[in-house]
Write a protein that binds this ligand. Structure first.
Ligand SMILES: Cc1ncc(COP(=O)(O)O)c(C=O)c1O
Length: 436
């Protein structure tokens, strides 16, 4: 095996094609990935020019995570300082300052009432843990029939087993496993539009489903305000208040998956804040570390933790090897503190204004069904499946990295993206919509 630094871009791509799976890809891959040599600020520097570009403005924040951009001195320092102390120790029987301080900080900034934090490795695992907490809570309460989950259609919660079972049952590739996955209860997708009034007919639909299944429901789990990879749809936060009330009325737990929406993306620090509610369990990930390392957190209320502790098995039976990893928790703490040290809401508003202005003309393009913006998220929905290769090429020609899927060309730039780069991203989204 050659030393990694001695590989030419062509050699690296050949090995990549031979050995490496990429997300949602066949083996060997059919589309050649771009090689990134380094990244700084909002720019990805390519190993070899692509369509005349040596660097690309990142319109994706590496799938919602790199909110501060790349190679940030504060985050670099946090990792380097922690590396000098220890990169990892097990979390069973041991603890350390970065994990403890991070947990305390998350409790402080998330909705009131979330008190306890379980640290895990990825968003999907945090959803697994959330589901396990809810099932175990009811088992401990002697109500072991409450094992099912209710969600609304159009969701995405990750690719491991429990999360897949609550992803949209029709869209995406989770259909593939529909015979094997636990059968959950699906409500219709929430009516679209952050500002659209709450629809009483939809509220009644939620009520009747929750009432009918309450005896077997452990929890309702949804993505608050923005459904991400299930379709990039926005809904009125009022539906979250409705869910909170219904869950209280029918004795069902409420889980909010804030893995994509957490840390300011929608204009509120957490999307639950748009509704002013506290869930029983909340999942965080992605931007938690500013995109530096993989880490997730599942938070719960004292009621949930105490309920589990009262059971026959009074422990939460989960313990990943890399739980509370010191490097990841140190950089997460630095990232959260960096976010809170700035007027992040003003930056998100600024980006929202730039996206609104720059994407508006896309509405007039042929083949465009809808254009929508919320916080630092911009979406152009086509009336057809996007030609991913053509759309990507069009964006790269404009000097921008985008990763469209299904009928969606979308962007969620780092919060440090300047106005000129936001405008450039919008040009790229329009070009991708035209050519894709
Ligand atoms: C809302 C939501 N939940 C869960 C996940 C899964 O997170 P991960 O990819 O870190 O497992 C994602 C990832 O896109 C997500 O957007």
């Amino acid at each position: 095996m050659p030393d990694q630094h001695s590989l030419s871009t062509a050699g690296l791509l050949a090995l990549d094609r031979q050995h490496v799976w990429h997300p949602y890809g066949p083996m060997p891959g059919r589309q050649e990935p771009l090689v990134v040599a380094s990244a700084a600020g909002v720019r990805l520097r390519l190993g070899a020019p692509a369509h005349g570009r040596e660097e690309l403005v990142d319109g994706m924040s590496s799938w919602w995570s790199a909110i501060h951009g790349y190679n940030h001195p504060v985050l670099n320092d946090a990792v380097t300082a922690q590396l000098g102390r220890m990169s990892h120790v097990m979390f069973g029987g041991l603890t350390h300052e970065p994990a403890v301080r991070l947990a305390a900080k998350l409790v402080e900034i998330t909705p009131d009432g979330l008190e306890h934090v379980f640290l895990a490795d990825s968003g999907s695992v945090s959803v697994e843990v959330a589901v396990k907490m809810c099932l175990q809570y009811w088992r401990s309460a002697g109500r072991s029939g409450k094992t099912r989950l209710l969600t609304w259609r159009g969701g995405y919660h990750g690719d491991t087993w429990q999360p897949m079972a609550v992803c949209d049952p029709e869209g995406g590739m989770h259909e593939l496993w529909s015979g094997q996955l636990p059968r959950q209860v699906f409500a219709d997708a929430p009516p679209g539009g952050f500002d659209s009034p709450v629809d009483p007919a939809y509220t009644a639909h939620l009520r009747s489903l929750i009432a009918a299944h309450a005896h077997e429901l452990a929890a309702v789990i949804v993505e608050p305000v923005v459904q991400g990879a299930g379709g990039m749809r926005f809904h009125n936060p009022g539906y979250l208040r409705v869910l909170r009330e219904l869950c209280d009325e029918y004795d069902v737990l409420l889980v909010l998956d804030e893995i994509a929406t957490g840390f300011g993306r929608t204009g509120a620090l957490f999307a639950a804040g748009h509704a002013g509610i506290t869930p029983d369990v909340m999942c965080l990930g992605k931007a938690l570390t500013g995109g530096y390392l993989t880490l997730s957190a599942t938070l719960c209320t004292a009621r949930v933790a105490e309920g589990i502790s009262r059971g026959e098995v009074p422990v939460l039976a989960h313990g990943p090897t890399f739980m509370g990893n010191p490097l990841a928790t140190a950089v997460a703490l630095a990232s959260v503190e960096l976010l809170l040290s700035q007027d992040w809401a003003v930056e998100v508003k600024r980006i929202e204004a730039g996206l609104l202005e720059g994407l508006a003309p896309a509405a007039a393009l042929p083949g465009v069904r809808d254009v929508r913006v919320l916080g630092a998220i911009g979406v152009v929905q086509l009336d057809h499946e996007v030609d991913m290769a053509a759309a990507t090429r069009a964006a790269v020609r404009e000097g921008v990295w985008l990763r469209p899927f299904r009928d969606l060309i979308y962007t969620m730039p780092p919060f440090v993206t300047g106005d000129a780069d936001v405008a450039r991203i919008c040009r790229a989204v329009r070009a991708a919509a035209q050519e894709g």
